[in-house]
Write a protein that binds this ligand. Structure first.
Ligand SMILES: NC(=O)c1ccc[n+]([C@@H]2O[C@H](COP(=O)([O-])OP(=O)(O)OC[C@H]3O[C@@H](n4cnc5c(N)ncnc54)[C@H](OP(=O)(O)O)[C@@H]3O)[C@@H](O)[C@H]2O)c1
Length: 276
């Protein structure tokens, strides 16, 4: 399952989140398991402080799994304090830490506090794309208002991806509709509610999972993917990794509607609506 981005590159709809994967030993072990289970997309960020460990671990692990750099997809993100002209240098820094010749996807992590600064970051990212440092560029935590700024910018380059918080308790449909209209993939972060047991233990989720013989996590993730939303669950536990990638089933319209209508509006991360 993948999505074709504006560049023509394919991005897997199920990827692997690496927030809180720390230290070389744990990183190597987690990525080794993730690669053997079948994950090919790895999502990191300068903010997670693990780019160096991921770069080193992948260098060692790819030959073991008979894979090359071209078989995997690496996403990393601009630290909010690196907005502006220094964004280009930040991309070079991430490339060096990840020990890569190119990044598959580079995202603005947060819109930041100034429209002028994020517009400059986008200019620098377009330049990095033209220079071959990154194959695709996108954004994260962008509301429709922030996306419209890019649409109206002189560069004329649309984001490939908008990575936002998205799960059955929080799903801003206005963002999904806008992104679909412009061929931008919405990629769900915290797709399981960040491990909070509230969503995983929701009685509606539990009931559906039990009836169709899937795990609660599978039901939650499939609800996103079935709407054309990518997911990047993080899992340190191998059985979780295995569950999260096996989404080859269909939820009925009734079950989809039940999950769409949980009416919780619980957000686990902070709200980009509050940004200028
Ligand atoms: N762009 C942004 O601003 C932003 C913000 C937050 C996150 N992200 C990205 O999104 C990724 C995912 O978000 P997240 O890590 O915060 O939350 P998440 O993926 O929603 O949840 C991760 C938690 O769920 C548990 N889990 C995973 N699979 C499970 C399963 N099958 N059954 C039960 N529990 C399961 C994990 O436990 P174990 O680890 O013990 O297996 C972990 O505690 C991050 O790693 C990061 O790459 C981006």
């Amino acid at each position: 399952m993948s999505f074709k981005m504006h560049s023509g590159d394919l991005i897997p709809l199920i990827g692997f989140g690496t927030y809180m994967v720390d230290g070389f030993k744990q990183t190597k072990e987690v990525l080794d398991n993730a690669l053997s289970v079948g994950y090919r997309l790895f999502d990191t960020a300068k903010m997670y402080g693990n780019e160096t460990e991921i770069g080193r671990a992948l260098k060692e692990l790819l030959p073991k799994h008979k894979l090359t750099r071209r078989d995997i997809f690496i996403t990393t993100k601009l630290l909010p304090s690196d907005h502006g002209k220094i964004a280009y240098a930040a991309i070079e820094e991430s490339l060096s830490k990840l020990d890569c010749e190119y990044l598959d996807l580079y995202l603005i992590h947060w819109p930041g506090s100034a429209a002028k600064l994020r517009a400059e970051s986008w200019r620098q990212m377009v330049k990095a794309k033209n220079d071959g440092l990154v194959r695709n560029i996108g954004v994260s935590n962008y509301t429709v208002r922030h996306l419209e700024e890019i649409l109206n910018s002189p560069e004329g380059v649309l984001p490939a991806v908008n990575q936002i918080e998205w799960h059955p308790y929080y799903h801003p449909y206005e963002v999904l509709e806008f992104c679909k209209k412009h061929g931008i993939l919405v990629q769900a972060y915290m797709p399981l509610g960040s491990g909070s047991k509230t969503l995983l233990n929701d009685p509606h989720v539990a009931k559906i999972a039990e009836r169709i013989g899937k795990t609660r996590a599978q039901v939650i993730l499939k609800w996103s993917v079935q709407q054309g939303v990518g997911v990047i669950p993080k899992a340190a536990t191998k059985s979780h990794m295995e569950d999260n990638i096996k989404l080859d089933f269909t939820l009925s319209d009734e079950d989809m509607n039940t999950l769409c209508n949980l009416k919780k509006r619980t957000k686990y991360d902070w709200d980009p609506e509050s940004l200028p």
